[in-house]
Write a protein that binds this ligand. Structure first.
Ligand SMILES: [Zn+2]
Length: 241
């Protein structure tokens, strides 16, 4: 059985001598794993297309008996995102975004909004200078699309509007008003500026200067949802220090 897809390569992993296991985020079927046989020999002329972060059109064959992963049989490049690999800083931010998508997406679950969001994120990352802002907006958008919207309008516990100040409690996965303080030890106090910025970003609007607390809230919330850290953050921190 042959299937056609359009997708962006998230990850590559060598297997055996000459094969590669690709994780591709596709428009048609969400996150899927595909085996590229003999990438280094038969498909070597396509190796340029099979770099991570590229958008490709591809065809797979699946053996009807015994299951197994679909095997890549043809590839056509759509967008070769070399500029991301040539600029280490942009590449590091791209990895943080891609890992967030990877972790939030179950295998084989179609989500065309997440796909469009990924395409748009990689484009903006290539074009603009505000990598940190772009990745934060992408992460919040993905959380919303995946059904884990961060509540930034009202207290996560009592639903009352925030009056100037609020508290972020990572282990409770939310932002709380002062009256609900006893529910846990706050990781961070948020003032009006931070709350306003979080609201704007959460509704897909850019801000002029990203406040450090906003990044801390997003990382903390992602950790709560995913029950793990985004590993690529460490690469980014090494690069920035
Ligand atoms: Zn409250």
């Amino acid at each position: 059985m042959y299937q056609k897809y359009t997708g962006i390569i998230l990850k590559k992993y060598p297997v055996n001598e000459a094969d590669e296991l690709l994780t591709i985020y596709t428009r048609e079927a969400g996150k899927m794993r595909v085996m590229a046989r003999g990438t280094h020999k038969i498909l070597s002329k396509l190796a340029g297309s099979l770099q991570s972060l590229n958008e490709i059109e591809f065809e797979t064959a699946r053996r009807s008996a015994g299951g197994g992963l679909p095997v890549l049989i043809s590839v056509r490049p759509r967008a070769i995102n070399n500029y991301l690999r040539e600029n280490l800083k942009k590449f590091a931010y791209a990895l943080v975004g891609v890992e967030t998508l990877y972790r939030l997406s179950p295998d084989g679950q179609t989500n065309s909004r997440a796909y469009e969001s990924l395409v748009s994120f990689l484009e903006r990352l290539g074009r603009g200078a505000e990598e940190n802002l772009q990745v934060r907006m992408f992460q919040l958008e993905l959380l919303g699309i995946s059904g884990f919207r961060l509540e930034t309008d009202q207290c996560w516990s009592c639903s009352s509007r925030f009056l100037g100040r609020a508290l972020f409690i990572a282990e409770k996965g939310g932002i709380f008003c002062g009256r609900c303080f006893e529910y846990g030890q706050p990781d961070l106090f948020l003032g009006e500026a931070e709350l306003r910025e979080l609201k704007l970003l959460n509704s897909g609007r850019a801000v002029s200067r990203l406040l450090p607390a906003v990044g801390t809230v997003i990382d903390g919330f992602l950790k709560y949802v995913l029950e793990r850290d985004i590993k690529s953050n460490r690469f980014l921190q090494t690069l920035n220090s």
